[in-house]
Design a binder for this molecule. Structure first.
Ligand code: NCD
Length: 311
């Protein structure tokens, strides 16, 4: 089967066919079954370069863990403040990227501005992974989310997925595009000013998918397999020094909501970090899929790097 990941950039879920993601998930399953010694020789000598112009916890560390488990190494920076971009030189990202592509075999790039990874990929001699570009996309997160759903239910086809919260987030964009490759029923609950991006809706319409706008989570929860929670209140310490307002009740998920309106097998996912929209009383229940997803973040990136860089 054709491996589109080999040497290719990972910029958007639009790039892939269903069979590509199936190949990725199958590789993740294979790697999960291998012992550490076998894994450790798969990417020996490969170097992953990380350039994080925006903060990250899971995405960066999961990529780093993934390449380390496969025997490769990481160099990079976690904050542009420690580079010449932050001093009087004000070195541009484009100049920095020109060097980084000579320092490793794959570049993992996160930036606050949409389209920056694609801009670098347009000339880069090594593959670029979009680790989140502003309100654009977060393709590897969607791969992790889809893999986690598949692991729980044994399939993606037929799943009923409800996304709630701010649908303008890059995680929502990528997940909506990824779900459209499978035969899923997709709906969302979002405030009027946080509706899905028109470009995403147009793309989905082009492939014959129309996500259903649902009134309130509680009204549809009994007919949902996966609840994908996202915040509607995002604390921004730079622009708002005071504590953020609490999340409105219609966008809060707690155990009472799940037990009252959902069914026993309902899987709750959240890209994290969470604020108050996902109550901690869900953590120790069978509904919690977000810790598993965070752990799967390593395995899915292992599979991706293995397909991209492996022999
Ligand atoms: C994202 C993050 O931390 O930036 N979460 C994640 O990568 N797991 C959420 C986001 O893209 O805003």
């Amino acid at each position: 089967m054709n491996n589109v990941f080999r040497g290719g950039h990972v910029l958007s879920l639009c790039q892939y066919q269903r069979s590509d993601l199936e190949m990725l998930f199958a590789r993740a399953d294979e790697l999960a079954a291998m012992d550490r010694l076998c894994l450790n020789s798969r990417l020996t000598g490969r170097i992953m370069v990380t350039a994080f112009y925006q903060r990250s916890t899971r995405t960066r560390l999961a990529h780093e863990s993934a390449i380390a488990r496969l025997g490769g190494q990481t160099i990079g920076f976690v904050d542009p403040e420690i580079t010449r971009a932050a001093d009087f030189a004000r070195e541009s990202l484009d100049d920095v990227a020109r060097m980084l592509v000579g320092y490793g075999d794959v570049l993992v790039l996160r930036h606050g501005e949409r389209g920056v990874p694609a801009r670098v990929a347009a000339w880069s001699a090594i593959p670029v992974i979009n680790a989140g570009d502003g309100a654009g996309e977060h393709p590897t997160q969607a791969m992790v989310d889809l893999y986690t759903m598949r692991l729980r239910f044994g399939r993606l086809d037929g799943l009923r997925v409800l996304l709630m919260g701010d649908m303008r987030m890059r995680t929502a964009n990528s997940l909506l595009l990824g779900l459209s490759l499978f035969d899923c029923q997709v709906s969302f609950v979002a405030p009027p000013e946080m509706q899905p991006h028109p470009d995403v809706l147009a793309y989905l319409a082009g492939v014959g998918v129309t996500p259903v706008r649902a009134p309130r989570t509680r009204d549809v929860l009994s007919e949902v397999d996966v609840l994908y929670v996202q915040p509607v209140v995002q604390p921004d310490t730079v622009t708002t020094p005071q504590a953020p307002p609490p999340t409105p009740p219609d966008y809060l998920v707690d155990l009472r909501l799940l037990r009252t309106y959902g069914h026993d097998r309902l899987l709750v996912l959240h890209p994290l970090p969470r604020h108050d929209e996902l109550c901690q009383d869900v953590d120790d229940t069978e509904h919690n899929g977000y810790w598993t997803a965070a752990t799967n973040g390593v395995l899915v990136r292992m599979a991706l790097l293995d397909l991209m860089l492996g022999d």
